[in-house]
Design a protein around this ligand. Structure first.
Ligand SMILES: Nc1ncnc2c1ncn2[C@@H]1O[C@H](COP(=O)(O)OP(=O)(O)OP(=O)(O)O)[C@@H](O)[C@H]1O
Ligand SMILES: [Mg+2]
Length: 296
């Protein structure tokens, strides 16, 4: 099939050669993963929310960082944006932000919400000193508190996404099982190369998630085969099906494991979480009994 040009294919193939089967060793602190693909509507937010919820369900401490001015991850976990006073914008600005972290209905899943201010951050950051590493600086102090930090990036390769790439340990790329699925991935890989050279030497694609798979179409099978050929072991075995229940859940402010726990989509995201746990094993000291006021 012809969804990717030769040059892109070579860039992706080159990237693929660098990918070992298992990824970053347990460091005893958070693994920070950026859900990134500048293509819009591929399942970045849906995957960030639902992978986060399933990891938390399995006992992990998870922070979902909403780095998209659209705020879909924030509302997707049931937070009313109108009531949010501070969030990722403040963290980027160095004026706090950590205290803006909110608990969600899923035990163990916290969110750093996005407020509408974040829409201006891309422009404001342009003139800021060390503008590409604001998020990294902001998250540094939170590493010890979480097993997984999942950054939901906006659909662009602008400064917000560059901040996500500079702050993360590994990138997870959701790819929609549709025509043109691989379009633009060469550009993403080249951006990763630039960030790796200048800002984050160990950055790499740690995972590829196939989303919105429709078993009735031959095309979906072809996309899966092509993505597996290009990205090899980085591609998770779990494939997220196209599911009306998944698209309905954000309207109720619920991850799928709360909205329809026995659906195929919930099972798929649970399987993805199991793979993520195996790929990035986290061991940490046994949780201490929480003292008053610490049960965020
Ligand atoms: N597996 C799925 N089945 C059906 N609908 C889905 C699925 N995954 C996501 N959707 C829906 O598709 C739309 C796009 O998904 P999502 O918002 O997760 O993509 P995104 O990459 O974060 O988009 P953006 O680039 O705008 O941030 C949403 O309406 C979402 O509810
Ligand atoms: Mg999104």
């Amino acid at each position: 099939m012809d969804t990717v040009d030769e040059a892109t294919s070579q860039v992706i193939a080159g990237e693929n050669q660098e990918l070992p089967a298992s990824t970053k060793a347990d460091t005893g602190s958070s693994i920070i993963l950026a859900l990134t693909n500048q293509k819009g509507g591929v399942g970045k937010t849906t995957t960030a929310v639902n992978l986060g919820a399933c990891l938390a369900e399995g006992g992990a401490r998870v922070l979902l960082v909403d780095l998209d001015p659209q705020g879909n991850a924030t509302t997707g976990v049931g937070i009313d944006r109108g009531s949010v006073k501070a969030g990722t914008y403040e963290l980027l600005g160095g004026s706090g932000g950590a205290e803006a972290i909110l608990a969600t209905d899923v035990a163990g899943l916290d969110v750093l919400p996005s407020t509408i201010d974040l829409a201006g951050a891309e422009v404001e950051l342009v003139s800021a000193f060390s503008r590409e590493t604001k998020l990294r600086q902001g998250l540094a102090g939170l590493r010890g508190e979480y097993d997984f930090v999942l950054i939901d990036s906006p659909p662009s390769l602008g400064l917000l996404t560059v901040n996500a790439l500079a702050a993360c340990d590994e990138v997870v790329v959701p790819i929609q099982c549709e025509y043109y699925a691989l379009e633009g991935l060469g550009q993403l890989i080249r951006t990763l190369d630039l960030v790796r050279d200048g800002l984050n030497p160990s950055l790499r694609v740690g995972g590829v998630v196939l989303t919105m798979f429709d078993a009735r179409t031959k095309l979906a099978e072809q996309v899966v085969a092509e993505v597996r050929r290009h990205f090899g072991d980085a591609v998770f075995h779990s494939i997220i099906p196209r599911s009306v229940r998944l698209s309905e859940a954000p309207g109720f402010g619920k991850p799928i494991i709360r909205y329809d726990p026995s659906s195929r989509a919930a099972t798929s995201y649970r399987e993805l979480a199991a793979e993520a746990r195996a790929r990035w094993p986290r061991t940490r000291p046994q949780a201490q009994p929480t003292t008053e006021g610490e049960s965020r």
